[in-house]
Design a protein around this ligand. Structure first.
Ligand code: SF4
Length: 735
């Protein structure tokens, strides 16, 4: 077997195309990992429009993780102090369905919760929604995307009337000014950064502004690094707006014709003079002015952001305040310009499309909207009113629900909350109280498996066929190219079998994932994320495709750009532009709001939910490292990535370290109001005085007392309900 499978990297939302081929090929030595085990060959897919053949170290080494620490068989135990015993799928399904029925009839459907993942393929997400929200009548499906980009979702919906990043990767190579805020793109979305950095180096007139309290590798490449104090993003953004207004860089025609609520916004930004803003943010007035000038003098400004903005108790306000700058300068709906959120998980976008958060329904619909519920009920063949009108429990609600004893059954799939949730001691104590937890995952052991009553082995990427959507709305088919280990099954198959055993036989009569996808796309018809022109077959035939892609047969509709790239740009041999049909949203400058206008959001800065004080004088910020992925389930077991980042650490500014008597590599006790941890010190000027940084990857399986999220708190954005994982107050004690 020598054939090459085209698929997508299963790590991050950049969504790089991969070509995978078997370890043994005629005329070639068998491909092996560092321990000598045969592994699949992986390389970048040059034909993939999003990545053009590039991959980072995670994508390049993914094959090494495929067979390590896999869960092979269903296992159960009666209580958490017992050992697991292997059971058949039949026994496991029987146990689960009986338990669901018991909880349903004793506590009600709202006592059933599922916590899923952006690692799901769209088909997995979709079937989970149909089971929970449709058949069982519980909207308690939430995903780890709640911790990742739900503020971006809320911001887009409030500003534009619908979710959906308006831009595409080609904009990275068409912009005059890239404004990166709360994103260490170089490490967390490396291939996007590669494209931007190469373009920036080739075009010295192009400006790159990076806003981040750390001097990250991303900030190193910038023309202007604004190392603002954590929690002052809205001050900065309103301060830039104030100067744009003062210097008359605003697009009055755009504001008049295409937006609403500008007067309220103008009233707010009036209060953000450069003097006030520079003082609050801890930056020079000159730097603030330079940022405003770069923005105002550019024909096309592209904003990029990720967790530094979203993981905040004012996350939605931050997103909307970024969007405000685009609206006041008319920087949207054209090549090289617009607000562009970068997704964390590989298919968090597919989750949004399939309704994979507690307040959503498939096709970018909202649980609260009666018409949306009716439309979904019709496609699902349900009685009118069967879908509950109440948004379900979010990720953190499920933890507090366990504390309050209102959760009767918790089903966790493809995610590791015992490392990634905030306030881990509280999270773990709540998980201990769960009356019945099903944990469905590809890997074992994980930290979360310790809290499960039932373990279900899931087939992962490479072992099941489904689609994933990346940050630029490109949908890619990811075909199975190897058999799942042991008795592992695709997530959607597990959900569908439970549905059938609960009596919903017709609702889950799918022969394969292509049929699941075909039903899902019906629910996107005439919605912003219309994919009715897509099927597994078409994606296999035509390759990765951006939505909107309705089945009209036309490639272009009113929401997408037709010929927006000049001939000069396209014919320039130095240009990397390869896809003149890249689609952007809002090119017709009509938005999904009732009046078709984008809405300004008027927000004053509220700052951090837990600011530093004399007892806890430092702000701890957390983040990711280039070679690792989330909770190390894969990258912790790959030699190359493990060696790149062998252990956790805490970054401390030399001035703070000297004051506290901390030397390089010395163990430091880090205390927050919730817990304490220990990290070796890394003394560096990359972090601002008063702020410290810890990577979030290490859980209890990997390091003792070095879990970043033991320190963080769950205070959340009131609109997106996304916790403020990015900042909490700590004290440092040298050990
Ligand atoms: Fe995979 Fe993201 Fe790296 Fe691309 S940038 S290869 S999607 S981890």
């Amino acid at each position: 077997m020598t054939e090459v499978t085209k698929t997508l990297c299963p790590y991050c939302g950049v969504g790089c195309g991969l070509e995978v081929s078997p370890p043994a090929q005629p005329g070639k030595a068998t491909h092996r990992d560092s321990q000598g085990n045969p592994i699949w060959r992986v390389r970048g897919d040059k034909a993939h429009p999003s990545s053009q053949g590039m991959v980072c170290v995670k994508g390049a080494t993914i094959a090494e993780s495929l067979d390590k620490n896999r869960l092979h068989y269903p296992m159960v135990r009666d209580s958490l102090d017992q050992k697991f015993r292997r059971v058949s799928w039949d026994e496991a399904f029987d146990l689960i369905t009986k338990r669901i029925q018991t909880v349903r009839f004793t506590q009600g459907p709202e006592a059933i919760c599922m916590y899923g993942s952006g690692q799901f393929q769209t088909e997995d997400y979709y079937i989970a929604q149909k089971l929970l929200k449709g058949c069982l009548g519980s909207n308690n499906f939430d995903a780890n995307s709640r911790l990742c980009m739900s503020s971006a979702v809320a911001g887009y919906i409030q500003s534009f009337g619908a979710d959906g990043p308006p831009c595409c990767y080609e904009d990275l190579e068409l912009t005059d000014c890239a404004f990166l805020i709360g994103t260490n793109t170089a490490e967390c979305h490396p291939i996007i950064f590669n494209r931007l950095e190469k373009y920036h180096k080739r075009n010295r007139k192009v400006k790159m502004i990076v806003v981040d309290p750390r001097r990250t590798p991303t900030a190193e490449a910038a023309d202007l690094h604004l190392a603002i104090r954590p929690g002052t993003d809205i001050d900065l953004l309103n301060g830039i707006a104030h100067l744009l207004m003062r210097w008359n860089y605003i697009d009055v025609g755009f504001i008049d014709d295409c937006t609403s609520n500008f007067p309220a916004y103008a009233e707010v930004i009036r209060h953000y003079s450069p003097e006030i803003v520079a003082d609050r943010c801890g930056i020079d007035i000159k730097d603030l002015e330079t940022a405003a000038r770069y923005w105002g003098e550019s024909q096309r400004v592209l904003s990029l952001w990720s967790m530094g903005v979203n993981q905040s108790s004012e996350g939605t306000a931050k997103v909307r305040t970024i969007i405000n700058l685009h609206l006041m300068t008319g920087q949207i709906g054209k090549p090289g310009a617009g607000p562009f959120s970068l997704t964390g998980q590989p298919n968090a976008m597919g989750g949004r499309e399939a309704g994979g958060l507690a307040h959503l329904l498939p096709g970018y619909r909202l649980v609260k909207n009666p018409q949306h519920r009716a439309e979904v009920e019709e496609v699902w063949g349900l009685k009118r009113g069967q879908i509950s009108p109440h948004p379900g429990m979010t990720a953190w609600d499920m933890i507090t629900g366990l504390e309050d004893g209102i959760v009767g059954l918790l089903w966790i799939a493809a995610t590791n909350p015992a490392v990634s949730m905030p306030d881990l001691e509280r999270t773990k104590a709540a998980l201990m109280r769960s009356p019945f937890t099903i944990y469905q995952d590809a890997y074992y052991p994980t930290e979360t498996a310790s809290y499960a009553h039932v373990l279900l082995p899931a087939a992962q990427w490479s072992e099941k066929t489904g689609v994933m959507t990346n940050s630029e709305r490109t949908v890619t088919l990811c075909p199975a190219f190897r058999r799942p280990p042991g008795e592992a099954k695709a997530d959607w198959e597990i959900f569908a079998e439970v549905g059938r055993r609960l009596g919903f036989v017709g609702e889950f009569a799918f022969a394969n994932s292509a049929e699941v996808f075909a039903e899902f796309v019906k629910l996107t018809r005439d919605r912003p994320c219309d994919m009715t022109g897509l099927s597994h077959e078409q994606l296999r035939f035509q390759g990765p495709t951006q939505w909107p892609h309705p089945d009209s047969g036309l490639e272009v509709n009113s929401q997408q750009s037709e010929i927006e790239i000049s001939e000069e740009q396209f014919n320039n041999p130095k240009s990397k532009i390869q896809n003149p049909k890249s689609k952007r949203l809002y090119t017709n400058l009509r938005f999904h709001t009732p009046d078709g206008r984008a809405r300004f959001g008027a927000y004053h800065s509220r700052g951090l939910a837990e600011p530093p004080d004399p007892d806890y004088p430092f702000v701890l910020t957390t983040g990711r490292l280039y070679g690792h992925w989330h909770t190390l389930t894969r990258t912790g077991r790959i030699e190359k990535t493990r060696q790149m980042h062998p252990e956790p650490f805490i970054e401390i500014h030399p001035r703070d370290a000297a004051r506290l008597g901390i030397s390089d590599n010395q163990l430091v006790e880090v205390r927050s109001r919730r817990s304490k941890t220990f990290f070796p010190a890394k003394i560096t000027k990359a972090i601002a005085p008063g702020t410290v940084f810890v990577p979030m990857h290490w859980g209890a399986l990997w390091a003792d007392n070095a879990e970043a999220n033991a320190l963080t708190h769950p205070e959340s954005c009131p609109d997106s309900l996304q916790p403020e994982l990015k900042a909490c107050a700590v004290q440092l004690i040298p050990v």
